[in-house]
Design a protein around this ligand. Structure first.
Ligand code: SF4
Length: 359
């Protein structure tokens, strides 16, 4: 029996165990992936759930140092989809049996934005006969806003912690009150207390990030009892302050492999959560998302944002599929998933089993 078998058979992994698994290479890494794949098959099966992603606005009041659509990047053409464009995308998801929608935007905390989201949630449920689960990814908000959106039909919320290490978090954000690690953490607690299925995630391969940080990130997700996770490799954007630290970065292939290992170890630690195969993986490796599906992920987010806006939602450079429309995305993903031994769970919500147990 290899060391990797002994460690992964433990009921709880220690920080040291996780750091060891994240450092594996060669045959032991392959064995780690086999173990994660088998745990995935046993606990969440071989279904892949589609979440139609609508990047409905790139207007953001914040200035995260790694993000291509940060407020101060004047090279970005700002857009905001009309209500009708959003409803039309939602109908597309419904007619194609996607089961779920994700509404993602930059972060605004204005009264007008909060109210608009309420109306959109009501409108989407009406135009799709309540057939879709709706996930929001609209950043930090106060608890009352989270409650209002929940009561108007949002079921899930994604808010990445980006790094669970407060010192590293500080290096990724301007040092002001609007970019505060503790506020981010409190928002996650508020979301959980409100009743959402809560998702978070981190960037992998950041400058200054160590294997120990990533091990802590996985322990953070486990301690927090998170329901859904979206983790991707950090990809730099030339129009961001963090670009100045690009010399510190691991080569792309190493960031990619580290991301796959993070997904595999997370699946071993949290057997019944939903894990997304993120688009950033595909930026490095054309089959990146399929590889993630095989070793632990079970969610994919086909982009259904109208094609003409996609070039303007570049959180990082070399984002794939920005020249496609919703139909291209769907056809491409169906073909890719057919190549794995997985099935797309059309017409199913695919709620996190972990959330159902947690409730
Ligand atoms: S990561 Fe989110 S909150 Fe930060 S600048 Fe980008 S869109 Fe805005």
């Amino acid at each position: 029996m290899q060391q990797v078998d002994i460690i992964t058979a433990k009921e709880r992994l220690s920080h040291e165990n996780i750091a060891y698994l994240l450092s594996l290479k060669g045959p032991e890494k392959i064995r780690l992936f086999e173990i994660a794949a088998s745990i995935k098959e046993q606990f969440v099966g071989n279904k892949v759930y589609f979440r139609g992603l609508i990047e409905f606005s790139n207007i953001c009041d914040k200035n995260c140092l790694y993000c291509g659509i940060r407020h101060d990047n004047t090279h970005v053409k700002r857009y905001n989809l009309s209500d009708e464009e959003i409803y039309s995308a939602a109908r597309y998801a419904c007619e194609n049996n996607y089961g779920s929608l994700v509404l993602q935007s930059g972060e605004l905390e204005t009264f007008g934005f909060v109210r608009r989201m309420e109306k959109l949630l009501q409108g989407i449920h009406k135009t799709t006969n309540n057939k879709l689960r709706i996930t929001l990814s609209c950043g930090e908000q106060d608890k009352d806003t989270y409650r209002r959106w929940y009561e108007n039909g949002a079921n899930r919320y994604l808010l990445r912690i980006e790094s669970s290490n407060p010192l590293l978090y500080q290096k990724l954000h301007p040092g002001d009150n609007r970019h505060n690690y503790h506020r981010r953490l409190n928002c996650l607690y508020d979301l959980q207390a409100t009743g959402y299925q809560v998702g978070t995630g981190v960037m992998i391969g950041l400058p200054f990030q160590k294997i120990n940080d990533l091990a802590d990130d996985l322990l953070f997700m486990s301690r927090f009892d998170i329901d859904m996770i979206g983790m991707g490799p950090y990809l730099e954007h030339a129009d961001t302050p963090l670009y100045a630290s690009r010399e510190e970065l691991l080569p792309l292939e190493e960031r990619f492999q580290l991301t796959l290992k993070m997904i595999a170890v997370l699946r071993i630690m949290m057997k019944d959560v939903n894990i997304a195969a993120t688009t950033a993986l595909q930026s490095i490796d054309k089959l990146g998302r399929e590889k993630a599906i095989k070793i632990g992920a079970n969610v994919i987010m086909p982009n259904i944002t109208p094609g003409k806006y996609r070039d303007d939602y570049l959180l990082y450079q070399n984002k794939p599929c920005t020249d496609e429309n919703a139909e291209d995305c769907k056809t491409c993903l169906e073909a890719r998933i057919a190549l794995t031994d997985h099935k797309i769970a059309f017409g199913e919500w695919g709620d996190s089993i972990h959330y159902q147990r947690r409730q």
